[in-house]
Design a protein around this ligand. Sequence first.
Ligand code: CMX
Length: 437
Amino acid sequence: MDYIKKKLLEKGVQERAVVKRLISEFGNVVVEDVNIDQILTGMKGMTSLLTVTSKLDPENGIRYRGYSISELQELLPKNSPEGEPLPEGLFYLMLLGELPTPQDVEFLSKEWYNRSHVPYHVIKVLEAMPTTAKPMTQFSTAIISMATDSIFQKAHRAGINKNDYWDTTYEDVMNLIARLPVIAAYIYRRSFKDGSFIEPDRDLDWAANFAHMMGYDDEEIYRLFRMYMNIHADHEGGNVSAHATHLVGSALSNPYYSYAAGMLGLAGPLHGYANQEVMFWIYDMIKVIGDDMDEKVIREKIETYVRKTISEGKVIPGYGHAVLRVTDPRFTAQQLFAEKYVKDDKIINIVNMLYDIVPPILKSLGKVKNPWPNVDAFSGALLQHYGIDEYFFYTVMFGVSRALGVLSQLVWDRMYNLPLERPSSETLEWFKEKAGI
Ligand code: CMX
């Protein structure tokens, strides 16, 4: 057993006892009331899940095990003082709840490199698909086809004790995280480049290797990938990708199926697909407003276009959030990265202008709970600046990063022996009766 697993078991056994006690001794404690609108608007603000990896504060944004993105910028190990923290460190923090040392990060980089071999049949499954198949279709298919390798599933069939489920789940999770950049990069190259496979480099960290296998070898792009992989990694338990992974995992489906379910949710326009949608929307806007004019005129034209989008019954992609009530700190992190590295870029300039123009318009509608930008408002602009302008691929990149959070949570779900998720549902008659209609 490696030392990370040993630590996990030590902490896990104690916490499992706490969860068991909460259910058996304190199960009747009432924690909050539930309103009809919460049930009918997607359970917003209704506590219904246990999350360990991160917590989303509506006013302050994401906290990974209590630390904000800007705090982690200082606290997580980097491979150069002016660079970005390595996502290996964030995974270690989310999994174990303690800050990693540079040696811990190095251990994970090596471990993921050593586990990165993708079974050949997965490549063959991908090759059977047209290169025009949407990258998220290819990505989720590849993940499901890799379930043939599930150690958890074999162990479960062999009848292991449920207290040991976490162990084989951890093994699957480590293999999955190690292989995802290889699969994603291959999908990128077969869909948008010459289809040649670039081997991972044993001297690179996980995020830099992802960029390298996609065909981008430059320290600045490596930094972009490290930052991108850190900020998209987790957003507590209730978002669609995290919740879907947990829900399917609660049926003891193997980690490959569970994570694939999360990815199919991420692919929706109201969730991770929004990072593509932002770019399509901006380019459609440029076609209408033109791009060669002074700032005052272009601002007026953008404002008119934003209002037109809303009047057509559509949302402004990249704006709004189900929980956040301020500018997403993940948006700000990308803005800071752009300020540091990008001198002038037309699309980034437009994204910055939208940040001035969109919130007052959304506020004026009187119904949008959060008029501020989310993570997806900026990510595409940065990626296209570095030449990655294949927008359909953006959600796959989001998905590779999201694995770090939802899969560490899955290990904990199994450590706690959380039962099958099975909420109640009611008929319209029941709601009418409760409302006295
Ligand atoms: N543009 C226009 N209208 C918006 C809006 C936006 N960006 N965001 C919310 N609204 C509207 C809603 O459509 C809803 O209108 P109706 O009452 O007419 O149906 C109203 O405002 C209230 O919605 P809300 O409670 O503020 O928002 P929700 O919690 O229901 O939904 C979200 C949140 C993110 C789905 C929504 O803000 C949205 O559609 N944003 C654009 C898509 C997007 O950027 N998604 C990415 C989110 C981050 C991620 O997961 O990656």
